[in-house]
Write a protein that binds this ligand. Structure first.
Ligand SMILES: [Zn+2]
Length: 392
């Protein structure tokens, strides 16, 4: 090494040795004068600046727990808060609101609704701001499937089935950091029944089992029910494929909306229409994939008729019944707009129509709510006018 280079290196080393401890000391020293600061997902309020024991902090009216440390009153921040929230400090002079940043919270700003409507899914995105060793959500004490999204995000769908019997749901979110600190947050969501009509249906002998074919029919029915429910239960928690920007599988007329609560031959209102029936098209009209997905099943069933089941990722699956012909086979990967088959009236059907069903974690969801995620009713040049019963 040339002498002038050694000299420059020594000078840099000296500068570093002076500046590095100074920066540490300076940081700590400066903090001592700050009225408040955020650290490790806590709010520190300097007791020299606010010498009041009755100082309170709240987010959206919810008081935060506090502990007293030597010079600070330390408030525990929740895991997450709704977008736009701030912390209101009161009890010492006029109350005021401190702005919050997503990074001050472990899961950032998260929109969790106060109210859910049965059959209408709500997508929730959790974006951890620190590395976590565990993140879990339970809904009414049952673990909710979390799916991976972009940049370490976790995606969760809140969805209550049409015949949900309670008016409140209890949600708990738990995060465990790499150094084993556990933080939980719980809240209640009220659940309202959706605007679903009641419908009485009279079925002929073949549907009620009085046609003398009991054994064959029950065999066929149990075969297809078992197969479809196995496919619907199949979990694919690491799927990052779902964006869920659905388009209609075909245009037409709504012959039966999602969610109609049905009584068959005068029985109890114990079942409901789990899909959306799109009619007004002759048999042979093309049916397209509403979103990309993996073909889990393409089979001719006894009751459902010719059926396609697609896995769109993030726990979302689509089912298409009563088709005339199938253009895909299990294992195929389809893009949005690919041909799935044609409209028909196979299986238990009274005329050519497409029964399109969307399930989220195996709970039937209103397919229209996936279309409306585009915030308007315009879908690639087509207008959706659901209220009028027409799907353009
Ligand atoms: Zn149907």
């Amino acid at each position: 090494m040339k002498p002038e280079k050694i000299y420059r290196f020594k000078a840099l080393l000296l500068l570093f040795l002076i500046l590095f401890p100074a920066s540490l000391w300076g940081g700590a020293g400066l903090r001592g004068f700050l009225p408040f600061f955020f650290q490790s997902h806590r709010l520190y309020v300097n007791r020299l600046c606010y010498p009041s024991e009755s100082l309170q902090a709240a987010i959206g009216g919810e008081k935060l727990l506090s502990t007293a440390e030597e010079n600070y009153l330390v408030f525990e921040l929740p895991l997450m808060v709704p977008p736009g929230s701030g912390i209101t400090l009161s009890g010492y002079g006029p109350s005021f609101t401190l702005p919050l940043h997503a990074d001050d919270l472990i899961l950032g700003f998260v929109f969790f609704p106060d109210t859910c409507v049965t059959g209408k899914p709500v997508k929730i995105i959790l974006s951890p701001t620190i590395p976590l060793s565990e993140l879990a959500v339970t809904i009414d004490e049952k673990p909710a499937p979390l799916h991976w999204g972009k940049n370490n995000q976790r995606i969760l769908y809140l969805l209550y089935p049409v015949l949900f019997s309670r008016s409140k749901s209890h949600v708990t979110v738990k995060a465990v950091s790499r150094d084993n600190q556990t933080v939980t947050q719980s809240f209640d969501i009220s659940v309202r029944p959706g605007p679903y009509e009641k419908e009485e249906i009279s079925l002929g002998a073949v549907f009620t089992g009085n046609d003398g074919l009991g054994d064959i029919r029950s065999y066929l029915l149990s075969y297809e029910n078992k197969k479809v429910s196995r496919l619907l239960r199949k979990e694919n928690p690491f799927s990052r494929r779902g964006y869920h920007d659905f388009e209609l599988p075909l245009k037409g007329r709504v012959t039966s909306p999602f969610g109609r609560i049905r009584s068959y031959n005068g029985g109890r209102y114990a079942v409901y229409h789990k899909g959306l029936d799109i009619g007004g098209n002759p048999a042979g009209t093309a049916v397209f994939a509403p979103e990309k997905g993996d073909v889990l099943c393409a089979e001719d069933f006894y009751a459902r008729g010719m059926t396609v089941v697609l896995d769109h990722g993030l726990g979302v699956k689509s089912l298409f019944y009563h088709m005339d012909s199938l253009a895909v086979k299990p294992g195929d990967r389809v893009k949005k707009g690919d041909l799935l088959g044609c409209v028909g009236t196979t299986g238990f059907s009274t005329g050519p129509h497409l029964h399109w069903e969307v399930r989220v974690n195996n709970i039937p969801a209103d397919p229209v709510s996936f279309l409306q995620s585009k915030d308007s009713v315009r879908l690639s040049g087509f207008l959706l006018r659901y209220g009028e019963g027409l799907l353009y």
